[in-house]
Write a protein that binds this ligand. Structure first.
Ligand code: IPM
Ligand code: MN
Length: 354
């Protein structure tokens, strides 16, 4: 097969980790007899510098014409401490999600046997945890009406959801639960929020159509606790945009490092694959960032965008081998053992695949 991949490295460590993902994609293609065509494009702060726009039209065109988007990270400290800034790198990510119609963000949480000690949680709690967070990605407070009033001294963001938006994300979640262990947890704040009550009402209506899926409902505050109290309880967890943003950062602790968690964003147009970590500007250019999340995002690209499970598994096996062998960056290196560079980990995994 031949696939067109839009590569959007973005800011900070984005370019370094995406370069490792590309090495791995190339290795998989050589092994399985595929070819890929990469087209690079700007997003985030680097796009603001160049075009004055964090998601330029040119980038959008490239994404629309591609079979998948490999995304690094966006963000720049130049904007973080300036709440008055009209244009921000993060708007690039929100724009790409909205314009590609990527309403579902899939964030799998898995553990690696040799890393259970790196988790801040007790080994017996995390060992074997394996669940999928489905975060709604184009609705809620992120995109609802927002503004200032009273001369700027009052501010508001609106959490708004339509039936159609809720139905499509729940449908996807029921389907994933059916293909996994048949357990879906719908996370909301239905004891307080009207938008949550709509979510819960629709989930209750839909549940009978998936008789093989056991559904439970959990308030988000309780879910935040259960995620660390008993992570093995979860199989598929679905929730709205903001709750999902917060809970998936929390869930990343289970695996031991945020540098391990990959994600896929799927919906109407080209699917996008990105590590869940940010641009980590302190590490940019130092060749120390963990490339595994970006590499596992490439695995998700083969599985979700190209329907190539074997290729995805080849990447996952090589990543697991690198971790088992201690070929890891400094966030995961054991005390007293040398840490590998970002580029060394990427090359090792690519070699291992060949
Ligand atoms: C994420 C990030 C983004 C979000 C930011 C960078 C806009 O935190 O992908 O989780 O909040 O969705
Ligand atoms: Mn986030």
């Amino acid at each position: 097969m031949n696939w067109k991949i839009a590569v959007l490295p973005g800011d900070g460590i984005g370019p370094e980790v995406v370069a490792q993902a590309q090495k791995v994609v190339d290795a998989v293609c050589r092994k399985f007899g595929h070819t890929v065509e990469y087209t690079f494009a700007y997003v985030g702060a680097c796009a603001i510098d160049r075009y004055g726009n964090p998601y330029p039209e040119e980038t959008h065109d490239i994404c629309m014409k591609s079979d998948a988007v490999l995304f690094g990270a966006v963000g720049d400290p130049r904007y973080d401490n300036d709440p008055t800034s009209k244009v921000r790198p993060e708007q690039g990510l929100l724009a790409i999600r909205k314009r590609l119609g990527l309403y579902a963000n899939l964030r799998p949480v898995e553990t690696f046997p040799s890393l259970v000690d790196r988790s801040p949680l007790r080994k017996d709690l995390v060992d074997g945890a394996d669940f999928l967070c489905v975060r709604e990605l184009t609705g809620g407070m992120y995109f609802g009406e927002k503004g200032r009033k009273d001369g700027g001294d009052t501010a508001y963001d609106t959490c708004i959801y339509s039936r159609a938006e809720v139905e499509r994300i729940l449908k996807l979640s029921f389907e994933y639960a059916r293909r996994r262990r048949g357990h879906l947890t719908v996370v909301d704040k239905a004891n307080v929020l009207e938008s949550s009550r709509l979510w819960r009402q629709i989930a209750i209506e839909m549940a009978p159509s998936w008789p093989d899926v056991q559904v439970d409902y959990m308030f988000v505050d309780n879910a935040a606790m259960q995620l660390i109290r008993q992570p093995k309880f979860f199989d598929v967890l679905v929730t709205e945009n903001t709750f999902g943003d917060i809970l998936t950062d929390e869930a990343s602790c289970i695996s031991g490092s945020m540098g391990l968690l990959a994600s896929a964003s799927v919906g109407a147009h080209t699917s996008l694959f990105e590590p869940i970590h940010g641009s980590y500007p302190q590490a940019a250019g130092k060749d120390i960032a963990n490339p595994v999340a970006a590499i596992l995002s490439a695995a998700m690209m083969f599985e979700y965008a190209f329907g190539r499970m074997e290729e995805g598994k080849a990447i996952r096996d090589a990543v697991a081998a690198s971790i088992r062998e201690g070929v890891v960056t400094e966030d995961l290196a054991e005390a007293g053992k040398p840490a590998y560079k970002t580029s060394e980990v990427g090359s090792w995994i690519a070699e291992n695949i060949k």
